[in-house]
Design a protein around this ligand. Structure first.
Ligand SMILES: Nc1ncnc2c1ncn2[C@@H]1O[C@H](COP(=O)(O)OP(=O)(O)OP(=O)(O)O)[C@@H](O)[C@H]1O
Ligand SMILES: [Mg+2]
Length: 255
């Protein structure tokens, strides 16, 4: 099958220190692919590069067969590749509803169409967006909180809102960086359920996580990164049985 995302020999250094040292892997459509590895392996940096926040020094990023390396974060997300960001960042006073609308509105050619077609089309689009915001809130069980300011949400609910915002952009691939960090076990299970629903809806997920139970129950395949490279890839059981993977994690503990 043609990969949805294909990374080839991606490199990135900061102040002469190589953090990504030739990262090559693919993400197949329809998967929840796990990305694991010890602290400092370069996982978040890889997301920064793929999402357009940080340009790569070398290498290629093909999304649906199209080269996207060097595109701006906006252009990448318009192409259908979206990553989540912390809700607390940005606009803390906006309500849950406003947060969802803000992301849905950021669609290709949106403002241009409004300018060309005038207010009727704009109003219709706005109504569709509001409908989608409600649907997303209901899906994530945030509908009761829809008029609350985002700051009033619990840590776990903020995580759900982050995912909701990503969904409003109608992505084909979502990048999630440690979605369960600081989330209680009940909400963590719900998060897992949500990811499975996304998968059934045809959205592909690439997930960084340190919670091995979460990875084991959701992800196939699992890709292991260490020291800026892919160490191995396979099912959760395969990669955790790999001596090199154990060594990489042990090396971290000894450090
Ligand atoms: N903008 C930057 N400037 C300088 N160094 C950076 C920058 N971004 C990342 N690094 C360095 O890259 C290395 C890898 O960091 P990264 O956050 O990608 O690791 P990670 O695999 O996500 O780790 P963790 O599991 O702890 O989140 C670290 O040594 C970090 O200090
Ligand atoms: Mg990280």
């Amino acid at each position: 099958m043609t990969p949805l995302l294909a990374l080839d020999k991606l490199r990135r250094a900061f102040y002469g220190l190589e953090v990504l040292r030739g990262v090559t892997f693919t993400v197949a459509p329809g998967t929840i692919t796990g990305l694991i590895g010890p602290n400092g392996a370069g996982k978040t940096t890889l997301f920064n590069v793929v999402s357009g926040l940080v340009p790569p020094d070398a290498g290629s990023i093909a999304f649906e067969g199209r080269e996207i390396a060097g595109l701006s974060p906006d252009a990448v997300s318009r192409a259908g590749l979206v990553r989540t960001f912390q809700v607390a960042r940005g606009f803390p006073r906006l309500s849950v509803f406003q947060h969802l609308m803000l992301y849905g509105r950021d669609q290709p050619g949106e403002s241009l169409w409004h300018a060309v077609l005038g207010t009727r089309a704009a109003r219709q689009r706005e109504e569709e967006l509001a409908e989608r915001a409600w649907e997303t809130a209901r899906f994530l069980k945030l509908d009761r909180l829809i008029d609350n300011p985002a700051t009033a949400l619990s840590g776990g609910q903020k995580k759900l809102l982050e995912i909701g915002r990503a969904l409003m952009a109608e992505p084909r691939l979502v990048l999630l960086d440690e979605p369960t960090a600081g989330v209680n076990p009940t909400l963590r299970n719900e998060l897992g359920e949500h990811l499975l629903v996304l998968q059934r809806r045809g959205i592909t997920v690439l997930l960084i996580e340190h919670d091995m139970g979460f990875i084991a129950s959701l992800c196939n395949p699992v890709i292991v990164m260490a020291e800026g490279r892919v160490l191995t890839e396979g099912t959760f059981d395969q990669v955790t049985a790999d001596a090199r993977v154990r060594e990489a994690y042990l090396g971290q503990r000894a450090a």
